[in-house]
Design a protein around this ligand. Structure first.
Ligand code: EPZ
Length: 430
């Protein structure tokens, strides 16, 4: 397994480009199941999750062609409706194939995604929404199986104990666009990635009102057609670079950003005492390395994103006082806490709260990445820590950040990927 070695303490300076959002791209790839015409996506990042999704789609009869950063997906064969455990278990987002399959083929068998290190992640709302549209849904042998003679629009309340559901909304949307009549999804997720899926579906011929609001009204159409689309920039990647710039006392312009998607992040950084200037499609972050403590609660969009909780907690480890972070989306998403403490952070976890008492500095150590965003937090911590930090299991970060080290090095970061010799040997033999 590859690892990162980081010699920290260098302020980041320069400009960095944000890639398109993997969490927007993945459901869009599933939307290619809704038509036999080509769906073309531009500027698709090179990520492990996207490769896995492409593999599953190919098994489902979709030809996926990549040409540089472009991706063309075209359904050629609609016979197989089963997304296998072996692939779905590698990536939870592949569960949003359910809506794409049911929407057009009226048949779907998708493996339950299985356990996840950030906590229990149920799919009851997905099932409830699809059932409401008339699909016969059952869970059998670790698979969710859905069948429908026809899908009929109806009113669906999609809220759960933790608020709205992002991929649940995507699944119900993809089934509703080809249903008969009108579907009203109440408590729909408002996340930019869901909005962007609506934009693509609209380009494909879907009729959706209320995009970006918690009430989506979908007027079903008999068929969709092909479309071309450039997905939105990744707001979580942008936020990660912003925190890295701030925490190292740096000066960085983060480019290719949708500033309107970043309000909670910009506001929070300013409260922490970081200078943040926004303009057009870039954000300039300047920091003198002094940070004020803040209290932070993760919430569905437009609230503070859970996918940046670990990175911000890392920044708060150096604040001048006590910060409290409450995780309201995934109460167990605290795998990074123990690793940050290995670097010298002072954090106490109480239920879904973390109480962070700022320290003067972090010191490099050996740490282990546990999941995608926790790995990003450890990279940020390593960049700011004094001495050398070694992060193992960085395959997690490759799921969501394209070659992050190659984008940090031009900013002055001293980060090196140590490739796994066994993996190199296997690749060379193949
Ligand atoms: C999406 O996951 C993202 N993944 C996650 O990003 C992100 O953390 C999450 O939304 C919240 O913003 C993708 O877009 C591929 P949810 P999703 O359904 O859709 C509960 C990352 O790091 N819930 O919106 O799976 C659930 O347990 C990943 O890139 C139910 O109770 O999340 C959670 O508490 C990690 N029943 C809350 O809702 C359900 O049927 C929100 O989950 C579904 C969800």
């Amino acid at each position: 397994m590859d690892k990162f070695v980081i010699h920290g303490g260098v302020p980041l300076r320069g400009r960095v480009q944000v890639k398109t959002a993997k969490n927007a791209v993945l459901p869009m790839m599933s939307a290619a199941l809704l038509t036999r015409e080509p769906v073309v996506l531009h500027d698709v990042p090179r990520l492990r999750d996207i490769d896995t999704m492409a593999k599953i789609l190919e098994e489902l009869g979709v030809v996926v062609e990549r040409d540089g950063a472009g991706m063309k997906l075209q359904t050629r064969n609609e016979l197989n409706c089963e997304a296998r455990y072996e692939l779905v278990s590698q990536m939870r987002a592949s569960f949003c194939l359910l809506g794409g399959l049911l929407g057009r083929r009226r048949k779907a068998k998708v493996s339950l995604p299985g356990g996840c290190v950030i906590g229990v992640r149920p799919v009851d709302l997905h099932i409830k929404g699809l059932q409401a549209l008339g699909a016969d849904m059952k869970v059998e042998g670790g698979y969710v199986i859905g069948e429908a003679d026809k899908l009929v629009g109806t009113d669906i309340y999609l809220g759960g104990a933790y608020g709205s559901t992002v991929t649940g909304t995507a699944n119900v949307l993809m089934a509703a666009v080809l249903a008969q009549g009108t579907t009203v999804i109440d408590y729909a997720a408002c996340e930019p990635e869901v909005q962007d899926l609506c934009v693509l579906l609209t380009k494909m011929g879907a009729h959706i009102e209320g995009i970006g609001s918690p009430r989506l009204v979908v007027h079903g159409v008999p068929e969709l057609h092909g479309a071309e689309h450039t997905p939105i920039p990744d707001r979580i990647e942008a936020g990660t670079f912003m925190v890295a710039a701030a925490m190292t006392g740096g000066d960085v312009v983060v480019e290719n950003v949708r500033v309107d998607h970043m309000s909670a992040v910009v506001e929070t950084l300013r409260h922490i005492g970081v200078t943040v200037l926004t303009n057009g499609n870039w954000i300039h972050v300047h920091s003198d390395g002094a940070f004020k403590p803040v209290d932070l609660v993760t919430l569905p969009y437009p609230g503070f994103p859970t996918d940046l909780q670990a990175q911000f907690m890392t920044l708060l480890t150096l604040a001048d006082g006590i910060s409290v972070v409450q995780e309201k989306i995934y109460p167990d998403r605290f795998m990074h806490v123990a690793e940050l403490m290995r670097l010298g952070a002072n954090i106490r976890k109480e239920g879904n709260f973390a109480i962070i008492k700022g320290v003067d500095r972090l010191n490099g150590a050996k740490v282990m990445a546990s999941d995608l965003r926790a790995s990003a937090a450890l990279v940020v911590a390593g960049l700011a820590a004094e001495g050398t930090t070694e992060i193992s299991r960085i395959y997690h970060i490759d799921r969501g950040y394209e070659e992050i080290e190659k984008r940090l090095i031009p900013l002055g970061a001293r980060i090196e990927r140590i490739r796994d010799q066994k993996r190199i040997a296997i690749e060379e033999a193949a």
